[in-house]
Design a protein around this ligand. Structure first.
Ligand code: 9MR
Length: 454
């Protein structure tokens, strides 16, 4: 796979594009702390790994886009490349979101993991409701793979060619593909994908195959036999949708046994869900879990990619699928890094000064702007920490002047602005946030300052 190192020019462009907010962090105890100086993607690259995230194309602007572009070296479209997304009606294709994500990745020097070509889920109704002979179904699948893989030829580092082919007991899932084509649909799909893009690494991806168990052993046996038969298989994806405190003890051993078969391994969809509301103890356990998974990947040379399934708690599939559970990702819903973020950084060899218990962050954004005026906002959010009072300070770099504030008392002296809490909003609970706003004047430019919380 291509290295994730990025030309400075590209990284600068990524930083400048849509930079709408800055965040400052303070520790639970009030000592100064900050996010890892080195982005996760650079820490991972130094270990010979690529760190990725699943993304939604429409969200790739503002803070979400900044973080997706700067912290991760690989993107996986969460839904955009699935069959129901790209061919909702037979012969009518919609590549808009998939194209957008691929273009974003190229602009940010990132790999793309293509997801996914053959799956039991998220297929279009015309396909699942149709009545097909085996030959027709095979042709449909071959055409689908040739079309999609061919479209992105040379732009996809790895394809999850086959997704979730096994039941928990290691038997094949009796889905549309197995029922219509038999177990060889897997070998055929891999062969067709190889023909359409010889450079892309081809994976089989599944969940609950992180530890050594019946399901992962079935996957192991399949990969071994595909290799023996000369079928193109380059890697296995361990999805890793984990429950708090339940990282399998055999994770590293399992990664190693696949590596020893001569295939790459990727952690493809990592998240760690917990009972809501999240408290400090849960967030600390989650950090330990993320650290353990990252360390297991770091320990095995052929574990090449570690991808989180959404990087922020506001962008996770977990909450709607498991009511009462959530907070599964490394950033909270306000894009403040959680203890899990720092745990990943540490497992990748980074050093941070953040307390393991969590932090509060202040995020400045320009809400609206006109000729010479603007409305700004600062959001103070805590995760794994709490505040009973707060003070946010920043220095304007382009002559801006605060004229009026609400939900805070703000003063400006020269270029220095100091805002303190109102009588009613000094408390920011663990997992909560407070927002204050202000109007100001500007001329020439209105760059976003860095906010210090203290
Ligand atoms: O994140 C995806 C979510 O938006 C979809 O609603 C869901 C539908 O099945 O699929 C999610 O992604 C899945 C991935 O494609 C395969 N592994 C399990 C993921 C979580 O369900």
């Amino acid at each position: 796979m291509r290295s994730s190192s990025t030309p400075l020019r590209t990284r600068l462009a990524a930083l400048c594009a849509g930079l709408a907010a800055t965040a400052a962090l303070i520790a639970a105890g009030g000592s100064s702390a900050h996010a890892a100086d080195t982005p996760l993607r650079d820490l991972a690259a130094a270990k010979g790994k690529v760190i990725g995230t699943a993304v939604t194309g429409s969200k790739l602007t503002g803070t979400y886009g900044d973080l997706a572009g700067s912290q991760f070296g690989s993107l996986t479209p969460g839904n955009a490349m699935k069959w129901e997304s790209v061919e909702p009606s037979r012969g009518t294709f919609n590549w808009t979101e998939a194209d957008q994500i691929v273009a974003f990745a190229q602009a940010h020097g990132q790999q793309v993991r293509g997801h996914t070509l053959v799956w039991h889920n998220q297929n279009p109704g015309w396909l699942t409701n149709g009545s097909w002979t085996s030959a027709q179904l095979g042709t449909l699948l071959q055409d689908h793979i040739s079309t999609e893989v061919g479209r992105y030829k040379g732009k996809i580092a790895a394809w999850d060619v086959v997704n979730e082919p096994f039941n928990e007991d290691g038997t094949y899932r009796t889905d549309l593909w197995y029922n219509g084509l038999g177990a060889d649909y897997i070998a055929d799909a891999l062969t067709w994908a190889r023909a359409a893009d010889p450079a892309a690494k081809l994976y089989i991806n599944d969940y609950n195959v992180e530890g050594v168990n019946a399901k992962s052993t079935a996957l192991y046996t399949l990969v071994k036999s595909l290799k023996e038969r000369g079928v193109p298989i380059d890697g296995v994806g361990l999805q890793a949708h984990l429950i708090l405190g339940q990282v399998p003890s055999t994770l590293q051993q399992n990664i190693q046994r696949f590596a020893d078969l001569g295939v790459d391994v990727a952690i493809t969809e990592l998240d760690v869900r917990m009972a809501l509301p999240a408290d400090s103890a849960e967030l600390a356990q989650q950090a330990a879990d993320y650290k353990a998974v990252t360390a297991a990947c770091v320990a095995v040379t052929r574990c090449v990619n570690l991808t989180v399934w959404g990087f922020a708690d506001s962008d996770s599939w977990v909450d709607s699928t498991f009511p009462g559970y959530g907070a599964a990702t490394p950033y909270d819903a306000n894009y403040a890094p959680k203890p899990a973020y720092y745990a990943i950084a540490e497992a990748l060899g980074g050093t941070t000064t953040t307390p393991p218990t969590g932090a509060c962050s202040a995020t400045y954004s320009v809400v609206s702007q006109w000729n010479t005026g603007f409305t700004g906002q600062v959001r103070i959010a805590c995760s794994g920490a709490a505040l009973s009072s707060w003070k946010a300070t920043w220095t304007y770099g382009a002559g801006q002047q605060v004229t009026q504030a609400w939900n805070a008392a703000c003063t400006q002296s020269g270029t220095a602005v100091t805002c303190t809490n109102a009588s009613y909003n000094g408390t920011v609970p663990d997992g909560g946030s407070v927002t204050f706003g202000f109007n100001g004047t500007w001329s020439g430019g209105n760059p976003v300052p860095s906010v210090t919380l203290g």
